[in-house]
Design a protein around this ligand. Structure first.
Ligand code: GRF
Length: 202
């Protein structure tokens, strides 16, 4: 399967996918990386892995639509079977997302539907949650609202800082995302009438 990865920053989730592909754990290849920000570590990671990358700087477009038009044009040129948002920090309009429904994934650092949006670790700590975690979901027009495919939980300790909690969650992210992408590439994960089906089970 042809995979395109969208990033905005460090690209550690993309790196986890690159490593899993290297190990033969994913029946796919990352054919392109797109970043909405220049000079981020994720671009260096892509270069190191000899993966073509494109920067589409949202600040150079006057408005969301022109940016998203350029983004979808660039995505489509790679002819992907799967689009993976990995630390991609732009909100995407329904017109953009609609053609990709069922083949676009996102990873979000919370146990959805809890804590959609930003600062999830801080919010979990402020609420005194004993458990926190990460979710991988299909992308729909609703921000962090698409059908959840899989989750991993982490224990929250009283001594945890936001930083510690984020590190715990990221360790789980780097295991979960490759597992989910691997199942998609083996046709064991699908999207039917708004639901995620893993091994045929919703
Ligand atoms: C991660 O916490 C991920 O859950 C969120 O963005 C953060 C950075 O991801 N989507 P990455 O290191 O750029 O992959």
């Amino acid at each position: 399967k042809r995979i395109v990865v969208l990033i905005s920053g460090s690209g550690s989730n993309m790196q986890a996918l690159i490593d899993a592909i290297e190990l033969g754990a994913i029946n796919g290849q990352i054919v392109g990386v797109i970043s909405n920000k220049p000079d981020v570590q994720g671009l260096a990671r892509a270069a190191h892995a000899n993966i073509p990358s494109v920067v589409i700087d949202h600040r150079q477009f006057d408005g969301r639509e022109p940016f998203e038009a350029e983004l979808s044009k660039t995505i489509d040129e790679f002819k992907p079977d799967l689009i993976v948002l990995a630390g991609f920090m732009r909100i995407l309009n329904s017109e953009f997302v609609q053609p990709y429904e069922g083949k676009m994934l996102n990873i979000h650092p919370s146990l959805l539907p809890k804590y959609k949006g930003l600062h999830t670790h801080r919010r979990a700590l402020e609420n005194g949650d004993k458990e926190h975690g990460v979710s991988v979901h299909f992308v729909t027009a609703e921000l962090d609202g698409g059908p959840v495919i899989a989750q991993r939980t982490v224990k929250v300790e009283d001594s945890d800082t936001e930083q510690i909690l984020q590190q715990k969650v990221q360790r789980q992210e780097h295991q979960l995302y490759p597992e989910v992408v691997a199942r998609f590439c083996n046709d064991r994960l699908s999207y039917q009438n708004g639901k995620a089906y893993l091994d045929g089970k919703p």
